[in-house]
Each structure stands twice: as structure tokens, then as C-alpha cells.
Design a binder for this molecule. Sequence first.
Ligand code: PSU
Ligand code: MN
Length: 651
Amino acid sequence: MNLAKYLDIAPEVKSALENGKPVVALESTIISHGMPYPQNVNTAKNVERMVRSEGAVPATIAIIGGKFKVGLSAEEIEYFGKKGSKIAKASRRDLPILAAKGLDGATTVASTMIIAAMAGIKIFATGGIGGVHRGAETTMDISADLEELGRTDVMVVCAGAKSILDIGLTLEYLETKGVPVIGYGTDELPAFYCRESGFGVDYRIDTPSELAAAFKAKLDLGIHGGMLVGNPVPKEHAMAKAVADRAIDIAVKKAEENNIKGKELTPFLLTLVKEMTGGMSLDANIELVYNNAKVAAKTAVCLANLGKDDEAEAGLDELRAEIADDTAESIKAELSAFRGEMETLIAQRVAAVQQMAPNPYMNPYMNPYAMPQQQMQYQQNPQQMQYQQNPYGMPQQMQFQQNPYGMPQQPMAQPAPAPAPAPYVNPYKPVRPEPVPEPQPEPVPAPNPYKSIPDEEWVNPFAPKREKAPEPVAEEPVEEEAIEEAIEEIVEEPVEEVIEEAVEETVEEPVEEPAEEEVEEEVIEEESAPEVPAEEPAEEEEYTVTEYVPPVHEKKERKPDNQVKPETDAEGMTAYDPEFYRKRNEERKQRLAAAAGEAKHKEEEKAAEPEYIDCKGPLEFTGEHPWAWKCTRCGQLFQKHEIPHKCVKTD
Ligand code: PSU
Ligand code: MN
């Protein structure tokens, strides 16, 4: 079989299967044909969650592009849910064609069982199975699900069979095929929406571990085929049998009238019943699937544990067999085999050594007196040499025992001199980090006062740096008052000196607003430059500060942050458009005004509305499609069973 070409198992499922972890298969016809969108997608995803919550790995099965997918992604589930009945319903007979043509297919119980078995999954949860249809004695409409249960080794946990089928005949067919029909916690085969069908099961089993044990026995014994577990819908979600039966009877009649046959029949009946019973049947349907997923997952966990026990048992058996085999004879045989191995190994080593060190006296073509003598390879091994060295300080010539004629020998190869011992390091001496020399600032070349620099480029390196950009001096007149004051205070001093001092004071205030780049450079200089004693710039008449006229820089006008006009982009557009904001404000005002008007309108409407009250009147099932429910008190018709509902208050 060339399964790999067709089978596509999701990594999570694959690893679970390889490690003997529990996996539960789920079908996809229930998604595409069994429920409307979006309930189908939600249900499919929740079912997977249920399986996980019980400790098993879910594997929803479907055919996508001809590949048999085991384990769908959320997107793939969504895809099946949305496409609905546009996807081909694929049973056993459809698989080869869809695979060869590379088409999509939603798998029924039968085809899901087949693909699950291919992947090695043993447990499968679904809603309801197909079976023998009513009137099959003439139509021969018997679902392929039954045939599959008769041959493929997968347990199917379902909520029984709907009474759209002939349940009695379905059970007969399963008996013929040798399929065990188990009631999980019940003696009666459940009938999907209802917990009771009126037909008994072959066996009742109450726990997942017993389910697993029964199925494992079937597998161990090689009795091929599935096992059908009927798990009744939880009481709180079950429908009354009379209600379900009536809707189903009408649906079956409608199918006959419309000549619906073959694979369309089941989806047609399901849809009609759902419409007639409103949300009720859908609710029951969803809940029973969850319920089945839980039982299936629990059973899968038990089955995986039984598998582990089996493995352990097999391991023990192997050990026992080995011990039983350990007689004196077998031990002797093992020992002699070991000895044989060792002997060959030794022989190999001896041969190798002989090849490495040829004995000149054994070789007639070798002249042992030839000078200089060839150094033998084994002499190159210093360790070997050491052992042959003379320990009593004799000249370092080898006493070569192999030479009986005392011919002068070549000095022996000396072992490589030992490396000089490492200098002693006191391990207890605390290690101090070497002082890191402080980074020395690069010497800044002293400005050449004689270099003539154009006025507008000259920057005073001694001018004190201020954080704030100073006001240009040009706007402030040189403090002549200060000069005069200084003169008054120190009358004794020569006038010229006083003036100079005053000038220095004023110089301390920055007199220029340097361009941005210049500021940066200067800051770096300031950080690294060593302090240079300030020379008196006044000494140089040509470049006195008072004569320096700073460059005039344009001051950027700042706007409030939210109004900063962004840079113009490549196409000359700006992100800020005052017109846009003006329009937006206007629109906002209009919307507010409209809303105010609407509220008023609503109030008026409300005042005109009739008064509604909750009607708790009992509903009657009319059987009329699609308005199947009628209130016996207020007479309203409903698509689903709605108590309470609203009706107009009458006095
Ligand atoms: N019965 C239900 N719900 C279902 C089906 C059957 O209550 O969704 C689906 C299953 O996928 C089942 C298939 O395998 O319909 C049976 O179709 P048919 O009778 O054509 O074999
Ligand atoms: Mn059919």
C-alpha cells in the first residue's frame, strides 16, 4: 500500500500516535452537511476542545485536494463549515475518485472510519450514524456506515440512530455484520434527539475503562470490525419523543413527495427536522456531540493505558525468556565465542606491530651495517625510549640490545624537552585589577592667534559655555555703566586697566549664538580639553572680543506640539492639513446634531409603541413547516419552541 501519497497526518496527531497517546477521530460531514453555519464551525472547534480537556488529541478527518487529512487546522474547519453542502459528501465509494482527482470531500462515518484506521486511530466520536432507511425493503437504501462497522477496526461513539431510519432493521443489519451494539449507561439504543428508541442494545457498559477493555479484546483476538456505542443525549438537552417523532414523520413524508433519494436523503431529512423543531433539535444535536466526544476521549485514554500495560508485559516476557535460556551450556557457548573474538583481535594487533617494526636480522635484503642506520619507527616513541634509557647518567647513547656487534649507534631520539614550568602564582593573593589609565584627552592644538581668520568664522574658544542659548550681544549694548562704576570704585588704578577689567567681565557673558554644528563640536572639546589658562584676549588688538560681531542666526519659531507642521514628503504633500481638521470638526458637529435628533425620534416612537408583556402560554406543535409552533394563549406562530415570548398587552 502506498498510503503516504494520500494520507496527511497533522504533526500533533502523528506524534501522539507514535507515542501511544490517546487520539479521537472526528468526522467532517457533520460540519458541512449536519449543521448550519456558523454553529457547525463552533461545534467542531468545541468538540476538539472537549477531547483535549479529557486528555486526548482530536483528529478531525476530511479530504482536501485529494489528500486524506487527519487533524484539521482552524482555517480548514472554517472552510468546511462555510462551504457547507457545496462540499461533496464522501463515503467509502467516493474516496478513490476524490483522491485521484485531487478534490475536497466531507467524510461520513464510513469514510472517517476508513481513514482513521489508515492512520492508526481506534476511537471515533460522532453525532448519529447512517443506517437502514424506512422503506429499505423496496429502496434498498442502507448506509455504507453499517458495512464499515462490520469490517473496520474502529469504535464509534454516537447518540444512536435517528428515527428517520428504521432502527429495528438497522439493528438487525448490525447483528448480521457481527457488530457489537453497546448502550453506554443504558439498556436501550438512544434515538439521537431522544434518550429512548424502544429498541434494546446487545450489552450495557457503564464505564470508559470497560468500553476500552471490550474493544481491546476484539483487537487482540483479531476479530475485525468496529463496535457501536450508543451514548444517550444528556437529559437536560433531550427532546420529547412525541415531538421528535412527529417532526420526523412529516420530514420523511416530504422526502417521499419530493422523490429525495440516495446520499441527499439524510441531509434533507436532517435539515427539515431542524427547521420544524426550531432551535431545539440543533441544541440537542450540538450537546450530544459534545457528550460523545467526552466518552470517546475517556475511552481512548483507557485504551492507551492498556496499550502501555501490554508493552510492559511484553518487555517482561522477553526478560523471562532470557533468564530461562541462561543454562550452563549457553554460558559456556557465550564464553567460547568471546574468547574467539579476543584471539582474532590479538592476532590482528600482533600483525600490525610486526609491520610497523621490521626486524633487520630477519630480512635477508636489509643490511644492518649500513651507515647511517635507518632509524626505526618505534624509536620515535619517546615514552618507549625512556624505559630503555640508562638511569645512571651514562652517555646518552642507547645500549641497543638488538645490536650484538656493538656498532656505534645513532644517538637515541630524545624526548621533547619538558616545557618550562609556569611561573609561580600565589593562588591566595587577591587579584586586583590593573589600574586602568585614565583616558588622556587628545591635546588640542592651541589656537594660533596670528592666523588670520575671517571675523564671521572666528569662534572664541575661551568663551564660557552656557546651557541656554544666550541672547545675542548685539541686542545688548556693552555695559558702559559697569565700566563707569568700576572707574569710580578704583580711582587709584589707571583708567586703562579698569576698562580692561570691565571688558573682561562683559566677555564672560557669551556674545554669540553659535550655529548648531558648532555647538556640538564645542561641547566635545569642552569635555576632553584640558584646562588651559585663559589668556587675555584683550592683548591681541586685532581680535578683541568687543570687536567681534557674532553671526545672526535665524531663530526657529516653535508651534504648539500638536500643530507642528510635518516635513514635506517626496510628493510635496504634508501630513498636516488645517482644512482637514476644520472639516472633521464640522462633520463631528453634524453627527452630534443628527444623533440628538435621532434620540428624540426614538423617544417619540417608543411613546407610540404598544405595550408588550411576557406570555407564558403553552405552545402546541402544529407540524406545519416552517411555523411549527403555536401559542395556545395568544395564537402567535413560531419557528421554534419559545416560552416565554412577547405578546401585545390587551386589557
Ligand atoms: N446521521 C445524523 N447526522 C449526520 C449523519 C447521519 O444524525 O450527520 C451523516 C453522517 O456523516 C453519516 C451520514 O455517516 O450522514 C450517513 O449518510 P448516508 O445515510 O447517506 O450513508
Ligand atoms: Mn443512504
